[in-house]
Design a protein around this ligand. Structure first.
Ligand SMILES: Nc1nc2c(ncn2[C@@H]2O[C@H](COP(=O)(O)OP(=O)(O)OP(=O)(O)O)[C@@H](O)[C@H]2O)c(=O)[nH]1
Ligand SMILES: [Mg+2]
Length: 198
């Protein structure tokens, strides 16, 4: 599927103000700095659509992007940044869990894990929420350009250890904004999910 149009729609701070449409939502989650916003820009071929690399952990809203007038990409606030106070982390947790559990439009969630690091407790918690609420997801190993192919195989294996429901987990996708690796896999998953959802 080609992305013909991509536009920023809104920043949501309060779930009561989510768009009142029935369009499918494809959601990007993961630690601060893992590359969520960069990934959205890469798959949309737009360098400045989502804001990149400001202060990690600062983003506390859900950012909505409308694609091909047909579905949304949703950039969630990053989790687990060390300098974020506990109270704010608890706020993140509530916002994200409420969104995941209540929003019926969520079609699929992409869980980004930095390919150089082990999945964290928060990645595991995220996957367990998705499994509990039976939401299809894919694991994206980001910044693939920073490690060798051999190391990547090990990291895919490691990340599979936090997945317990292989039916809900649609794929493990090495991804890089530098090489473009993984871009087509993500777009294919989205188009397939849109077809399946019709
Ligand atoms: N080498 C390399 N760097 C990347 C890649 N993806 C993202 N980065 C860099 O990682 C940094 C963080 O990227 P962001 O896209 O802002 O990360 P984020 O997950 O949106 O972060 P928050 O908004 O804080 O949650 C930036 O400096 C990016 O240029 C990648 O595939 N390869
Ligand atoms: Mg971001």
């Amino acid at each position: 599927m080609k992305i013909k149009s991509a536009e920023f729609i809104d920043s949501i701070y309060d779930l009561r103000t989510l768009p009142s449409t029935v369009l499918s939502e494809f959601v990007f989650v993961g630690r601060s700095n893992v590359g969520k916003s960069s990934l959205i820009n890469t798959i949309c071929n737009k360098k400045k659509l989502a804001k990149i690399g400001s202060v990690p952990g600062k983003t506390r809203q859900l950012n909505y992007f409308l694609i091909n007038q047909e579905y949304y990409l949703v950039d969630l606030p990053g989790y687990g940044y060390a300098k974020v106070p506990e109270q704010i982390r608890a706020g993140w947790r509530k916002l994200v869990e409420d969104y995941i559990s209540e929003r019926e439009n969520v079609n699929m969630v992409f869980v980004l894990i930095d390919a150089r690091h082990e999945p964290t407790y928060l990645d595991e918690l995220m996957v367990s929420w998705l499994e509990y609420y039976e939401i299809p997801f894919a694991v994206v190993l980001s910044k693939a350009d920073k490690i060798s192919k051999n190391k990547m195989e090990k990291q895919v294996y490691r990340s599979s250890k936090i997945v317990h429901n292989e039916v809900l987990c649609k794929d493990y996708i090495p991804f890089s904004i530098i090489t473009g690796e993984g871009k087509n896999d993500i777009l294919k998953l989205i188009s397939q999910a849109l077809i399946d959802n019709k």
